[in-house]
Write a protein that binds this ligand. Sequence first.
Ligand code: ADP
Ligand code: MG
Length: 435
Amino acid sequence: DDVLVKLEQEHDVSSAAINAWIKPLHIKDVQSNKIILSLDAKYDERGIQFIKKKMYDFYISLAISDLTGKKYDIEFELEKEGEKPQETPAAAPEHDNNNLNPRYTFDTFVIGDNNRMAHAASIAVAEAPAEAYNPLFLYGGAGLGKTHLMHSIAHYIIEHNSSLNVLYVTSEDFTNEVINSIQHKKQEELRSKYRNIDVLLVDDIQFVIGKESTQQEFFHTFNALYNSKKQIILSSDKPPKELDVLEERLRSRFSWGLPVDIQPPNYETKVAILRKRAELDNIYIDDEIFDYIATHIKSNIRDLEGALNKIKVYSKLNKKPIDLELSKIALQDLIDNKTKQAITPELIMQTVAEHFNIQTSDIISKKRSHDIAYPRQICMYLCKKMTDQSLVKIGEIIGKRDHSTVIHGIEKIEKDLDKDPELSKVIDVITKKMD
Ligand code: ADP
Ligand code: MG
């Protein structure tokens, strides 16, 4: 119990996480330098992987060494069904057996330009299952929030509509179930289980594709649920039309409802997500550190959170407060090899396009509307300032324009910079995104 208190108060482990993940652990054995914890039989191997991923083993070891003054290695094993744990198990949280991460709710989801549609559609489906969009198909790259949104929908429906039978599975779960049912000749059982569901969420559906009998089974499940007006929610790393080996009949079904994408977050959204994360973890972190992380970690939100965790752990290990200097050291490995990219006209166009929410192809296109032409001129200005390319070359790269157009563009931005402080802020943000 003391360990639990310490974890919560000093190690920023949320009480939801403690209920879901730490309380189902039982002390199995204490050896001279090792503690073996067993995980409740309701969980499986993935539970242990999850605990390790979240570094709870590290925090537990830290808390125990604080309390006992002695360092133990922590090992995990799974309890078998029926094996009695030594301690009385803690009261299970209400929905702990449904594969849902308690942290992934709408409350903790930060809305940005990159995910606004996906979020709105998810809310609509959560509020009116099978009435708004069916199926809801969320797609986007790794670590951008698809699973978070799916869990949020499931949590919301379970809470507000408790009579509905909600099932969230990963493609892997589903595939395993199908394989097992075939092995044990229990296909009928599996079918009736899935046909009794009101809301089915299948995460990372791309992994079902190409696995013949699984895909077949899924097709039947999909049809049965769809025809009886049950809600189906799917996620994938690609839009339906790009799921190559998918049978045509499934592809078209996936597009019946609403396919919505999630894009990588822009700078502002990254900062908002980091701020939210720190707030949820109850730690104070200075804005300049958020700025540093957001400008240096380019890829996805999972990496952003990883960076924040790294800083937290580094500060704890070294017993130093979190400041910019410490953050830079903590993130050294993550950042060095990613940011030493040279600044090229291509990178500039890509960054500017991202900032203005347009396509790189717009910048090099012939379009002359202000919302495209102005970012294009900013590109010209930045290319002159930040690269060694000649004006002729810059014009060539930015859509085969002659060099007088480039000069005109650069002069326009220089003039505007003199009178418009907002513009210099914009240029500043874009420049930061590239370094
Ligand atoms: P995906 O399923 O698309 O690979 P996840 O849903 O697993 O991505 O998201 C990766 C991590 O980023 C999770 O910890 C999630 O909570 C977090 N995350 C993603 N999008 C957001 C958001 N908009 N607001 C807050 N956290 C987010
Ligand atoms: Mg996911």
